[in-house]
Design a protein around this ligand. Structure first.
Ligand code: ZN
Length: 278
């Protein structure tokens, strides 16, 4: 079982991407899910979660490494939708109920491994649980929550429960953990009330003996750098590079500007810096 609190991580993503509340919730759930998947990795491994539905968000992408660094973006961060009943953000409608969830793990082998599963509801937690059950044959239950108010992200976090193959009474244990998870209520409310990840584990495992195996910090951190962006730009055909050329207000100098999808960091280069034959 894994539990994570991502309130600050999701708030940073909201500020970077200037997401609307429903886009914040969708991106926040995806980042939280990626953080949980990242905790299952080792060393230099990375995992990318892509939730591509037929809703107006156009897709949510989040990735994580084994050290708690997560990053992500939504294709259309300005999407706004009416609230669902009980004043809930309608993440399912924003993502769309038809589409796929893809999980790509880069384990440092020749090729990254990608598994996919059709969406169940577009609410992400259920979709991820179904992915594990169907694509990886690991009975799982997942809860993800993001609470947003006018000022920003109030609380965010998630839980992932997996019953390892070979466990005695596998089905019974899986069912019991799933019931516990359902009985907890909204993870974001528990976190807003002050629950730590350790508290969440204790609440969710009621009836099953557990011990804490490890803990680590989670943060929004991108792997982009000026060098990496430069490498990409240098490899572009000249006409595409020319499209990125722009003149900033109050300056006579033209610069090539590129923006990282994942973190919205802007990088500016003088055209001669990107000359191929330098
Ligand atoms: Zn970046």
């Amino acid at each position: 079982m894994l539990a994570v609190r991502t309130s600050r991580t999701v708030e940073e993503a909201r500020l970077r991407h200037e997401t609307t509340p429903v886009a914040t919730a969708a991106l926040g759930r995806a980042l939280t899910a990626a953080a949980l998947l990242g905790a299952l990795l080792k060393g230099k491994e990375t995992v990318t979660l892509r939730i591509i539905g037929d809703g107006p968000l156009g897709g949510v992408i989040a990735d994580a490494d084994a050290e708690g660094n997560v990053r992500g973006y939504v294709k259309n961060p300005r999407v706004d939708l009416p609230l669902k009943e009980a004043s809930k953000l309608d993440v399912g409608a924003a993502i769309g109920r038809r589409g796929f969830l893809h999980v790509t793990r880069d384990l440092g082998l020749k090729e990254p491994y990608t598994g996919s599963c059709p969406l169940v509801s577009g609410e992400i937690a259920e979709d991820l649980a179904r992915y594990f059950a169907h694509s990886e044959q690991i009975p799982s239950a997942c809860a993800l929550g993001v609470r947003v108010n006018r000022e920003g992200v109030v609380a965010a976090g998630g839980l992932l429960v997996q019953v390892l193959p070979g466990t005695e009474d596998l089905e019974d244990k899986a069912r019991m953990l799933e019931e516990n998870l359902k009985g907890l209520g909204a993870v974001s409310s528990l976190i807003e009330e002050g629950a730590s990840p350790e508290d969440l584990v204790a609440m969710a495992t009621r009836g099953v003996p557990t011990r804490i195996l490890g803990a680590q910090e989670v943060r929004f951190r991108c792997r982009c750098s000026r060098e990496r962006i430069e490498e990409v730009l240098v490899s572009l055909p000249p006409e595409q590079l020319a499209e990125l050329l722009s003149t900033r207000e109050g300056s006579s100098e033209s610069l090539i500007e590129a923006c990282c999808h994942f973190c919205r960091e802007r990088y500016r280069f003088r055209p001669e810096e990107l000359a191929r034959d330098k």
